[in-house]
Design a protein around this ligand. Structure first.
Ligand code: CA
Length: 226
């Protein structure tokens, strides 16, 4: 999932970016509130990790602007230990969760997964489509009782498809979710990932809708594991 990280402290931001990337997130990092707002206007993120004290525009003003324009992207704020007032005003202004610094990466990643799950209206942490199961926390995929070995991009692509099984996912949405800023995307990269996924899953699992995008075969949703 693609995350916007907003943190002006270079050391902390670098640590968070590295940790979140290791947890399987695609991370875009900006260091002030104005750049964060620009990024949020331009891109679609699964969630935002938002430091509260920021240059140029603070977290509270940022989140108010975001919610005013009906942008519902889940926001997790990072605050100082003694900043109870910030946490209250932040939650009331539309933040979805908070963590007190210093942050444990494993907890941050778990909270982000929970926020994304809830924002999609799901309670079950493991995605299922018939006999296919995908666990975002363990980054594990199984087909029936058989584990699948997927690359990071293949896993992220399948996570995107299984998260919205009734709606096709466009190439643009896939590129947006799998690649952060500054990452080179080969013109046929998405087709290549789909090709590899089909080889591992079985060729009939992923349908291509010409000019629209990709979709998990709806007829497989009802299949039960043996
Ligand atoms: Ca700060």
């Amino acid at each position: 999932m693609r995350i916007l990280l907003v943190e002006d402290d270079v050391l902390l931001g670098d640590g968070l970016r590295t940790g979140l990337a290791q947890a399987g997130c695609t991370v875009d990092w900006v260091r002030d509130g104005v750049a964060a707002d620009t990024a949020l206007l331009a891109e679609h993120y699964a969630a935002v990790v938002l430091d509260w004290g920021l240059p140029r525009r603070d977290g509270l003003s940022l989140i108010r602007g975001l919610r005013q324009r009906r942008n519902a992207t889940p926001v997790l704020m990072l605050t100082a230990r003694d900043a109870l007032e910030d946490r209250i005003s932040g939650l009331d202004a539309g933040a979805d969760d908070y963590l007190v610094k210093p942050v444990a990466i494993a907890e941050l990643a778990a909270r982000l997964r929970a926020l994304v799950r809830r924002s999609a209206g799901r309670s079950e942490p493991v995605y299922r489509h018939g006999i296919l199961a995908l666990d975002p926390a363990k980054r594990r995929t199984t087909l029936g009782d058989k584990p699948l070995e997927l690359s990071t991009r293949e896993f992220d692509l399948l996570a995107l498809l299984i998260a919205q099984p009734e709606r096709p996912v466009s190439r643009e949405q896939i590129e947006n979710a799998l690649y952060g800023w500054g990452e080179e995307v080969e013109s046929n990269a998405i087709e290549v990932h789909v090709h590899h996924l089909r080889k591992k899953l079985g060729s009939d699992w992923i349908k291509t809708l010409r000019g629209v995008g990709y979709l998990l075969d709806p007829s497989k949703a009802q299949d039960k594991a043996p």
